[in-house]
Design a protein around this ligand. Sequence first.
Ligand SMILES: [Zn+2]
Length: 395
Amino acid sequence: MFLKTLDSKGAIIINKEHQYMMEVLVEGTRVMQMAKLFRGRDIPFDVIVSDTSGCGGTRRIRSPLANRLRCPITLFADRSLDWRDFYPLQVVYTFLNDLEKAFPSTCTVSVIGRSVEGRDIKMLKISNSDANNTGIWLDGATHAREWISTAVVTYIADYLARNFDTLSVNYTSKDWYFVPVVNPDGYQHSHTSDRMWRKNRAVYGNVISGVDLNRNFGYFWGRGGMEHSSGDPSHLNYRGPEPFSEPETTAIKDIILYSGTPFKIFLSFHACSEAISFPWCHTADPCPDYVNLLEGGTAMAKAIFETTGRMYKVGNFKDIMYYASGTSIDWSYGTARIPFSYLVELRSKQDRFTLPREEIIICCKEILNGVKALVEFSDKKKCLNCSVIPKKLRN
Ligand SMILES: [Zn+2]
């Protein structure tokens, strides 16, 4: 194999080998050259630049080159996403690019921002480019360890892209926006170093404390007590120093407010409480669209139940979860005025964040049917708090 040849010639040192990925060490000055070589051969990779302690592995390799090799690079097996396993960031991004190549008339991949550590935040848009379309937003991995959310978002994207020509107008009259990994640094960190990492990788107080991105949005940011969010960087729910202090939340804000698409549905996928929740998160008061949101959530839950027998709870966030302020759905509903805003907590209550890989596809299928039911429901409903009407009020 190509990499073994490079290793035998001393150009790289293969440091670790796993089923789908390999870590190699490359001399710092040759990283760019190697990256070009990997790109030329379509080998997905990620340069691990943030953590030089990863070079500690070189000491274990008895090679005259070892002392000069400083930069670890993770390479990923050339295997497409198949929802039989969880995949690292670069495999997810390669999947998006491949979908765009396969369906260029409907799929467009763009970079909507860069993370704290400089990774791309990639978005896939699926659309027939009709100017009358309304928008649907789906995002995953706001919280790094909730890997199933990325699987679900990519699965739905794949389904839509492959079946676009035969789908009913309910689905094709929409601009679909997919951001499978809102928090690429945290997601990568959860795959390589700390499986239970939740926040992004921002530095506050001279350490990588991370910000809870679902407390960093600008609507009612920092309001309420300790249960709503925390001002302490070491806390799991640290809200950051100010609203939208983080590039990851800012990227979402900008694309939603300035894309020109009137969004009607906003779905943010999390794990693991098996619940379909809607605004508000910061107060127990009902929002203006409470009845619509309850009915839409119930339509989703019914479709999920009919697919797999799984029962997802439905209710406003505070009632079925807890208080939280600065969340994305309070912002998408309250500021961006997206009437059908939901935070969906995926499987599973039993296994929490480490969902067995055998359950990935079944979870994706039940949620796909849930989303389809919501789309059909929302098409029949007029909303009280809709972005289609007060577009000028948004700034
Ligand atoms: Zn979460």
